[in-house]
Design a protein around this ligand. Structure first.
Ligand code: 13P
Length: 257
């Protein structure tokens, strides 16, 4: 799925699933199923923190390792937190921030997400910033207003060069884990609008470079239609990333020339 200006990113989000001992076997199996040529596309597995050290080693190079959260602080007395520098030292290349589950169940605010994003950029880790509307917001016609607020709040005061390093994942809350996928048209429309937002604030050059992913019940069956949309540069995949053959199929589609 060649996007010309952007890398296609197929990222799995394992959430709180899988054991470290199972993960190794999964990755070995996945490596066997990866397409020969992965030019212009990247496969990422965002795993629980306990799995990172096993995954981050040289052996798993064809699959980039991602985390699912980072502290907004740099170091010190923050029991239970993990800093961006620690992730970097453990070879993490990507990190999800602002996932709707963390916003909803852990009370994460836009300000915390903004701080986390900066920590990641400072550490040289690519942030995958999640944004998305609830069903109610969609029904009230507030989708873009909400998403535009989330994007602007997270990117506030970043330079153009920094914005270029950010990956944005559009994840409508109503499509996460529900089996209800946004139609390709709905997903494309929002991803296009996010790019327009970036173009207005940071210029055409930057907006063309930022990878925008879709997430929400993406699977081996519906991924082709979603990934072939002009402004959808990849997927953030929950449930289907836990099944090795399904995840490999999605990667294969994303990596098609
Ligand atoms: P599902 O693919 O299970 O809907 O999850 C999507 C998601 O939340 C990825 O971050």
């Amino acid at each position: 799925m060649n996007k010309k200006y952007r890398r296609v990113i197929i990222a799995g989000n394992w959430k709180m699933n899988m054991l470290p001992s199972q993960a190794k076997g999964f990755v070995e199996e996945l490596k066997k199923l990866l397409p020969q040529a992965m030019r212009g596309c990247t496969a990422v597995l965002c795993v629980p923190a306990t799995h990172i050290s096993a995954m981050g080693s040289q052996r798993f190079r064809r699959i980039s390792v991602g985390a699912q959260n980072v502290s907004e602080y740099d170091m010190g007395a923050h029991t239970g937190e993990i800093s961006a520098e620690m992730l970097k030292d453990a070879d993490v290349q990507y990190c999800i921030i602002g996932h709707s589950e963390r916003r909803q169940f852990n009370g994460e605010t836009d300000e915390q997400i903004r701080l986390k994003l900066r920590r990641l950029l400072d550490a040289g880790i690519t942030p995958i910033l999640c944004v998305g509307e609830s069903l109610q917001q969609r029904e009230l016609g507030l989708t873009m207003e909400h998403i535009s607020y989330q994007v602007k709040a997270a990117l506030a005061s970043l330079s153009e060069e920094q914005v270029r390093e950010v990956v944005i994942a559009y994840e409508p809350i109503w499509a996460i884990g529900t089996g209800v996928t946004a139609s390709a048209g709905q997903a494309q429309e929002v991803c296009f609008n996010i790019r327009e937002l970036l173009r207005k604030d940071y210029g055409a050059l930057i907006s063309r470079k930022v990878s925008i992913l879709y997430g929400g019940s993406m699977n081996a069956k519906n991924c082709r239609e979603l990934l072939s949309q002009p402004d959808i540069d990849g997927g953030l995949i929950g449930g289907a990333s836990l099944k090795v053959s399904d995840f490999a199929s999605i990667i294969a589609v994303g990596c098609e020339e």
